[in-house]
Design a protein around this ligand. Sequence first.
Ligand code: MGD
Ligand code: MGD
Ligand code: SF4
Ligand code: MO
Length: 900
Amino acid sequence: METRSTCCYCGTGCGVIIESDGARITGVRGDPDHPANFGRLCSKGATLHLTARPEGRALYPELRMGRTEARSRTTWDLALEYAARRFAGVIRSHGPDAVAFYVSGQLLTEDYYVFNKLARALVGTNNIDSNSRLCMSSAVVGYSQTLGADAPPCSYEDLGLADCIFIAGANPAYAHPIVFRRIEDARRANPGLKLIVADPRRTDTAAGADLHLPVAPGTDLVLLQAMLHVLLGDGLVNWEFVHAHTTGFDAVREAVRDMTPAAAEKICGVPSQDIVTAARWFGQAKAALSLWCQGLNQSTHGSHNSAALIHLHLATGHIGRPGAGPFSLTGQPNAMGGRETGAMATLLPGHRQPANAEHRAEVARLWGVPDLPERPGKTAVDMFEALGSGAIKAIWIACTNPAQSLPEQARVRQALERAEFVVLQEAFRDTETAPYADLLLPAATWGEKEGTVTNSERRISHVRRAVAAPGEALPDWKIARDFALRLGRHLERPDAPSLFPYFHPEQIFREHAQTTRGRDLDITGLSYALLDAQGPQQWPFPEGASAGTARLYGDGRFATADGCARFIPLTPSLTAEDTDARFPLHLTTGRLRDQWHGMSRSGRAALLFSHDDEPRLYLNLSDMLRRNIAAGDLVRVFNRRGETVLRAAASDELRPGQAYVPMHWGRRHLNSGGANELMPSAYDPHSKQPELKHAAVQVERLALPWQALLVRSTAHAGQALEWKARLQPLLSCFRYASLGLAGAECPALVLRIAHHEPLPEALLDRIDDCVDLDGVQCLSYLDPRRAVRKKALIEDGLLAGIHLAGETAAGPWLKDFVIERRAADHIRRWLFAPLATPPEGVKTRGRIVCACHGVAEPDIRRAIAAGAGLETLQQDLRCGTGCGSCVPEIRRLLRVEQAA
Ligand SMILES: Nc1nc2c(c(=O)[nH]1)N[C@H]1C(S)=C(S)[C@@H](COP(=O)(O)OP(=O)(O)OC[C@H]3O[C@@H](n4cnc5c(=O)[nH]c(N)nc54)[C@H](O)[C@@H]3O)O[C@H]1N2
Ligand SMILES: Nc1nc2c(c(=O)[nH]1)N[C@H]1C(S)=C(S)[C@@H](COP(=O)(O)OP(=O)(O)OC[C@H]3O[C@@H](n4cnc5c(=O)[nH]c(N)nc54)[C@H](O)[C@@H]3O)O[C@H]1N2
Ligand code: SF4
Ligand SMILES: [Mo]
């Protein structure tokens, strides 16, 4: 059976075709007819089916009555009745603002809509916010303040029509790979296209650009203002456009008068000549397009970063034309839907605002309630702050993992511990937030639910269900509806049944569409039937329209009262926290190519660990040498807020003084909390988006002499996931531990441990028990004097497991042997030898670059050394011919090897 749906990872919003046998998802491929991807998928999308497994799923409601008790299974009836009673109790005693809802850009539009109505129309609070607060809220404010509405004006089509693409604070080669494939296509088709990338790191996106602007962290505003200065000086401002379609330019012009490229260079570190070149390419282009994401948004002046970038477009008239415009890349698959349904503290349905009395009255009328709450709702960081102070007592968390993704984790943990009642609506039962849940409600997830999502280019797709949800899991909108009906009874609200009359998601969609009537995002012309007949559509799509809208503002009229776009005054400010003598390194955080956020889904596909197999702290070599840190050493990264222990790696992507940690690893895969132990919760005053890209830290070498490595492979993917789940509770026993998977069809589990002193024998036994490393086929070696214990498991003549404790020299190559399940015969006698390299004649693979075809880095390097170019590599090794996600990296290997 085949079902057309969408990928549930990034905001590119690729169409997928889900293959299933009716009960189980068996495969996935790109939908050739979907206008976002035309059949392509990246490494994450292409492995979605590998993550659709029952192990680890939340299958039935689980409840605990007291904090110290364990949760136990209960029925939906009891669970929701209990939740309604607790919420109603808090609301009666402390008012509606003592409860809160924290939802997610990964919910479907219909889910979002019901949660929003539940919070605002039934409970009567604006305390509903979304993880989009951590993600797109600065872009929302940037668009609204300048263009008058939160509407990304461009289309993916524009990628192929621009002759200058400016990427600021985004790494689409990793984070939006299919967008990046389209940029690669555009560059091939038009060699004159100029690609400019502003990023403190020399990412794969930056490395291949025509111009990389290595902006000092947090100083983009200066760079963008200097670019405007150059546009003015060089006569590249489109005065006709500025006069006819904008207001406020004079003040902005005045403000950038002294921001010469030379002055900017001193602050942002980009050579003044490069600032001039970037501005000229942008200004002289026939059509300039800019793309931005978290490098601009996750800042204490993120909304001004967004506005400054939009200013460049307004000043040059690069907007509303094919190939031109400011184009934010949405992070999550349906952050856009959350913005449309207004399911955030600062928004109301249909791009309305809760602070606007007229808007509140309009929505109240549409919903048939007397009024909507006026008191401002708490945004994400403040919501958890209020939970910690006791002002909020009960919280409902759906489809997000705050105990991993919010900054300043120590405070988040304290808040979740202090809360009187925590409900977690989750697809998986083992996230970092799960231990705090008094009530865990099992949610249906990708492939199991129906609704709609909107991608970065305002395109709405119909998300279809391929299989039934496992166990008793339910779609999110249904859980919210059932809770609302019960809460209505407890609050003695006879209108609750008429507020939530839904039995199918399309009813919700129709009601949502009505809230957009006459607004900039009007979708009254859309229905599931139309989406099915004509495919995904871009809003606005008002009643009577025959097609969606590819590009906004083509007529020069903006969504402001006077129709003019606004230049707004911008105050250059710095990051919340400066480096100093105690914390001299600037730490930034971001994404890896093959992992998704807290890894609750991507961490289930072994293949997705092959690109990056362990969490690492990346540093410039000079900073490592100064601290006597060698690649592979363990280090303590710390600041005033906390610490995390990671393995260090040298990166020439970073300049001296900079450090980088991927955001993905948390306490279920690492024994410390990862990046967000360290990030500050300071936020932008306008967007309330926290500064997740900037912290001052110190790093020091951590000598943990006793190390262990466990690798255990299996022919069954589910088995590896079970082992992983069994080991997770043990992680806190070690000073350092990282847990992950490896391999492909036959997955392997990999546990790395380091500790001050040898671990007790009993703990080692427990580890072995968790992964079934025992039995008659298990060989062992003991040297108690040196605290060395080694085990190897041979199954049917194949090496299926090793546990090297106290002596791990042979770990790197033995690990590969277990992952590849090699015949044990000819290495049997080397199994317990402390050999740092494999015995002669025995070869290992090395790090995998191309996950689709399992091509390893040493093979690629060897071929390049022998003269191969990209085409030859693709032909001979097949690397880069699957999803294409690794092509930017292969290009980089080519540059490095050829330079050598
Ligand atoms: N593989 C993968 N893809 C994803 C996700 C994922 O988890 N994994 N998540 C999705 C989501 S929700 C989002 S929001 C997007 C995020 O997409 P991106 O924003 O593109 O990804 P990040 O890696 O968070 O950050 C982008 C870049 O910002 C740079 N940066 C840091 N500080 C600054 C600065 O001061 N100025 C500038 N100019 N740049 C800076 C970082 O070096 C980094 O390379 O990715 C989406 N796609
Ligand atoms: N240091 C640092 N921190 C960051 C960032 C950063 O760049 N650096 N980026 C921030 C950004 S941009 C974002 S978007 C956030 C993301 O942060 P989170 O929202 O915490 O990320 P996810 O791990 O994707 O959480 C989604 C959860 O929903 C669950 N889930 C999946 N499908 C369903 C479903 O259908 N229903 C329900 N109910 N649950 C489901 C998943 O198992 C997962 O646990 O992280 C932010 N945190
Ligand atoms: S680019 Fe990759 S992760 Fe993003 S939607 Fe497409 S397939 Fe999914
Ligand atoms: Mo995001």
